[in-house]
Write a protein of this length. Structure first.
Lengths: 477, 509
């Protein structure tokens, strides 16, 4: 991604620095209670958990009943045990369109367009299975009050390198075939969304110049919008749809021209600049951990400053065959038997996942390696929950109390590409909507129901979402 | 005809050509766009314009326009003479004809002049250059610039269910096919004069375009996308295992494939047979060692003769081998050839199948590892399309370097039985050189190559309605080998290039 047009640079080049917000603008709308937030974190490759039995299980809590306090968390999930009370394990959730055979072509590595949309992708997959409708974050974002500056924030880590805008790498969709391409450059994302809150004062001349630029942009975008409308007048349906998606992006850009702190940031004690070590190369898989951390800090900050209340974060893409876990040590770099073994390149996430049942020679302890990388992912989840818990929110509680983080995976037993019994977790009660600290058993429940229930928590009507399922009142407090 | 935005590569080249006379190096001002996925035709097909795209267009337009108006006197003579609305109109019509790739309509001129007026009234801009800058920024974000659709305000006329592409659409199709970029003034003039109204006229223009240096980029782009080299640029290799791999290796490999294709097609006026079998290959210092050529150095590419026992044509270029390498590389390489060279569809992996391979110990050869694909009937039905072809490439390791042994003491076995050739026939080959010779004798391959070129010309996958056009292209040269340039000519003369079917719901006369 090109960072040449950054308007500001990151603060805190020397690691974490806390720069409290300068004199705040008073807002007409003062929040008395803290708003609810939701974040969808999406990964691929499944976990160490079979789809139909517990012959391999390091994910699902063990023991009787629902109450997590009395259950044992196995080796992957135990990483999150300090947040045990905040977790909702949802066992029995399926990616229904795939599991019911409703998708043509092979969607195993292009199902990301269905995870948050709950519809069967159309086409035969030759165009990467684009989504067939809007994703839940799009719908929740559209329902947010207009004072919240950014309807939703779509970030990613290295998601832009594999067929962007298709089911292979895109989880958020404005509508069918209209992808919300995630921002995978933390430096750039900070500039766009947070610099307005932390940039410090502008001189009167600078402010004037900024106003003039905004006025010109408004004028141009207004013209371009009308131009697009004229252009689409005589087009066929599908073409017009495409132009409408373009038009909607223009409208979005017009709204995004000004990003000032939202009403909740007024005196918000948790709203501070995290400072992120730079430079980061958004194209480098070797910097996956640093990029991930930076994006998580950004989202947490954006929530705390009420710049947005809805976010998605995609980890890599639907295959992740470039993700090499160098930082976990030599066990995760397999020396080849010859220059050909392991493809001659080092072991990557997709290989590790597929090694579980295959036990391909030359790779020892394959199961342990799979468990190891899933634990690593959960360590990142732990960091995220800790970051949320550490930020005070407006109502005196923590930001985590008012948030729901939905940890989403595209597969359960990734080595056989299974989409039954997906290892999904909700973390955080979302302002008391969910009764957490439980391991809930469901039966062949479409992923839609989870999404719909999260929508209810965020203020949407109690109604189904997408083409399957309903809501899940049993999860409520 | 699909409605397509300019792809990322097309946008960059179009900007370069549009601003060539106005700016020194305009492409450096272009904001990075997301990559385009392949789409149903297999060639770069942009998705619906996201927020990312429109912001990139906006900021690129601002930068380009800012730089251009700094030298406004150089390219807008009326500015010095007396800048006013008449001069603004002249700017709109001359710049617009090139930017929109057709004459600007009266209605469009009116709209843009209104915008020009508002820059003084509402935006309080005083000097002419600043005001023209705003108009230019708007034009660069217009769908008339960003999309392949040159209809203007006119509605298409449908005769017997077909729409004849108008002269501007044809000019655009020609230049994006040959150059991957916008028409030049000469081509726009040819369109205007009616020279593109006949198949002969189209052929003549195409010949001129292919003789132009810009054709190297268009044809190179086709080759790179056809061989699916997309990820080579970003390929990372562990330096401990591949000390010779640098940040440039992948992109240099990609460049060699492009250079080879243009060397065969343009410099040598070669044929598909040459493309598949020739050992006259451009090489440079970075790649020399991979081909066992120690004496070559420097970044410049020069044509050398490779070892004819070890190399043949396009497939054994290190870039193609590397882009399709991995633990089970016979499958990837086999799929490439089966899909892109034979045009046989490989069905996807069924949902309920366990795709893992059994563990048979560290001493097994790769063939033995993949044996389940041939012994298990569930696997074999599809894998026989791919694996045998892939085995023929066993002499090329994950960087395309030729190897005699798979492991010390274990010689490579590159024999293969290739099924489903012409007439359902099977051929026995030993190694990629023999494979190339067999493939180049296949009618299937000849037809498939025509289809691949045709797809990139019309911007979509070919359908039954295109069959007769493809027949015509395939028949060129009769029993002999047409040059690749002949194929380009035949495509632009075909009905499929000059006509289209109205899309559903489209308003026509």
């Amino acid at each position: 991604m090109n960072r040449r047009f950054s308007r500001r640079h990151f603060l805190g080049a020397m690691g974490a620095s806390l720069a409290f917000l300068p004199a705040m603008r008073t807002s007409a709308l003062h929040q008395s209670a803290a708003p609810r937030r939701v974040l969808f974190v999406v990964k691929s490759n499944g976990n160490y958990a079979n789809a139909f039995d517990n012959s391999r299980n390091e994910f699902w809590p063990e023991g009787e009943g629902e109450d997590l306090a009395t259950k044992v968390l196995p080796r992957v999930s135990e990483v999150l045990q300090s947040h045990r009370d905040h977790l909702l394990f949802l066992e029995g959730v399926n990616l229904t369109p795939v599991v019911d055979g409703l998708v043509a072509g092979n969607p195993d590595h292009s199902s990301w367009g269905m995870l948050l949309t709950g519809r069967a992708a159309t086409g035969d997959g030759s165009d990467g299975h684009p989504a067939a409708g809007p994703s839940i974050d799009q719908v929740i974002g559209a329902s947010m009050p207009s004072e919240v500056p950014v309807a939703k924030l779509n970030l990613g880590v290295l998601s832009h390198l594999r067929d962007p805008g298709t089911g292979k790498s895109c989880i958020s969709w404005r509508d069918a075939k209209a992808p919300n391409i995630p921002n995978t450059d933390p430096t750039d994302a900070f500039d766009r969304f947070l610099a307005g809150a932390f940039g410090g004062g502008l001189s009167p001349e600078e402010r004037e110049a900024q106003e003039r630029m905004r006025a010109q942009r408004r004028s141009v975008l207004d013209f371009v919008g009308r131009d697009l409308e004229r252009f689409s007048a005589n087009l066929g349906h599908e073409h017009r749809q495409q132009v409408e998606a373009h038009l909607e992006s223009i409208r979005q850009l017009e709204r995004d021209l000004v990003v000032d702190p939202g009403p909740g940031a007024d005196g918000a004690p948790g709203c501070f600049d995290p400072g992120i070590a730079s430079p980061l190369d958004p194209d480098s898989w070797a910097q996956f951990p640093q990029l991930l951390r930076a994006q998580m800090e950004l989202i947490v900050t954006a929530f705390a400053c009420d710049i947005t209340r809805v976010a998605t974060l995609s980890l890599g893409d639907a295959v992740c065959d470039k993700l090499v876990f160098r930082w976990l040590g030599d066990d995760y770099l397999i020396p080849p038997r010859s220059s050909n073994a392991g493809g001659g390149s080092v072991t990557q996430y997709h290989d590790i996942t597929h090694s579980v049942s295959a036990q391909q020679s030359g790779m020892q302890d394959d199961n342990e390696r799979k468990i190891g990388v899933e634990r690593w992912h959960f360590e990142q989840y732990l960091l995220l929950l800790d970051l949320l818990a550490a930020r005070p929110d407006l109502d005196g509680g923590s930001l985590l109390d008012n948030t729901a983080v939905v940890f989403v995976d595209s597969h359960s037993a990734g080595w056989v590409h299974n989409e039954h019994r997906l290892p999904w977790i909700i973390a955080g009660s979302c302002g008391g909507h969910f009764r957490t600290g439980r391991h809930v058993k469901l039966s062949n429940e479409p992923t839609n129901s989870v999404l719909a229930e999260v929508g209810v928590a965020m203020g949407l009507p109690d109604a189904p979402f997408g083409d399957f399922g309903g809501t899940l009142p049993g999860l409520r407090a | 005809m699909p409605l397509r935005r300019l792809s990322r590569a097309e946008y960059q080249r179009t900007v370069r050509d549009l601003f060539g006379p106005l700016s020194e190096n305009p492409v450096r001002l272009v904001r990075d766009l997301p990559a385009d996925p392949p789409g149903t035709s297999g060639f770069a097909t942009p998705v619906a314009a996201s927020l990312f795209h429109v912001e990139a267009y906006l900021t690129s337009a601002e930068s380009l326009a800012t730089e251009a108006v700094q030298n406004i006197d150089d390219w807008l003579p009326c500015h010095a003479a007396g800048a006013d609305e008449v001069c603004a109109r002249e700017f709109i019509t001359t710049f617009g004809r090139r930017a929109f790739r057709r004459p600007v309509t009266d209605e469009e001129i009116g709209e843009l002049l209104e915008l020009f007026a508002s820059t003084a009234d509402e935006l309080a801009l005083a000097d002419f250059a600043s005001r023209i800058r705003v108009v230019m920024i708007a034009m660069l974000q217009s769908p008339r610039f960003l999309y392949h659709w040159q209809l203007g305000e006119d509605v298409a006329e449908s005769v017997d269910g077909l729409v004849a592409l108008n002269e501007w659409e044809l000019a655009s199709r020609l230049s994006y096919f040959a150059w991957g970029s916008m028409p030049d003034d000469e081509l726009l003039d040819a369109a205007e004069s009616g020279a593109l109204a006949t198949a002969t006229g189209l052929e003549a223009s195409m010949a001129r375009l292919l003789a132009d240096p810009r054709a190297r980029q268009g044809l190179g782009e086709f080759a790179s996308q056809w061989m699916q080299l997309g990820e080579l640029e970003h390929e990372e290799r562990d330096p401990a295992l591949f000390p010779e791999w640098t940040d440039e290796t992948g992109s240099t490999m990609d460049r060699q494939v492009r250079e080879f294709f243009t060397y065969v097609a343009l410099d040598s006026e070669g044929t598909l047979h040459d493309l598949l079998t020739s050992v006259q290959v451009p090489v440079n210092g970075t790649l020399a060692r991979l081909y066992d050529l120690e004496e070559i150095s420097g970044e410049e590419f020069r044509v050398v003769d490779l070892d004819a026992d070890r190399r043949a044509g396009l497939f054994t270029l290190v870039g193609v081998m590397t882009a399709h390498s991995g633990p089970n590389q016979p499958i990837y390489r086999g799929k490439l050839v089966r899909d892109r060279v034979l045009c046989d569809e490989v069905p996807p992996v069924p949902q309920d199948v366990d795709p893992s391979l059994p563990d048979i110990g560290p001493d097994a050869t790769r063939r033995e590892q993949l044996e389940k694909h041939s012994t298990d009937p569930v696997c074999a039905s599809c894998h026989r399309l791919m694996d045998p072809i892939g085995f023929a490439f066993e002499h090329y390791d994950t960087l395309g370097v030729w190897q005699a042994e798979e492991r010390p003491g274990l010689p490579v076995d590159a024999t293969a039985e290739i099924p489903l050739l012409d007439g359902g026939e099977t051929a026995m080959v030993d190694g990629a050189v023999e494979l190339a010779e067999v493939l180049s004798s296949q009618d299937k391959v000849r037809r498939c190559f025509a289809r691949q070129l045709y797809r990139i010309a019309i911007g979509r996958r070919d359908e039954p309605v295109d069959a007769s056009s493809i027949d015509r292209v395939t028949a060129v040269g009769g029993d002999g080998w047409p040059t690749i340039l002949d194929l380009y000519a035949a495509i632009v003369a075909s009905d499929g290039f000059r006509f289209r079917v109205p899309s559903e719901g489209e308003v026509t006369l």
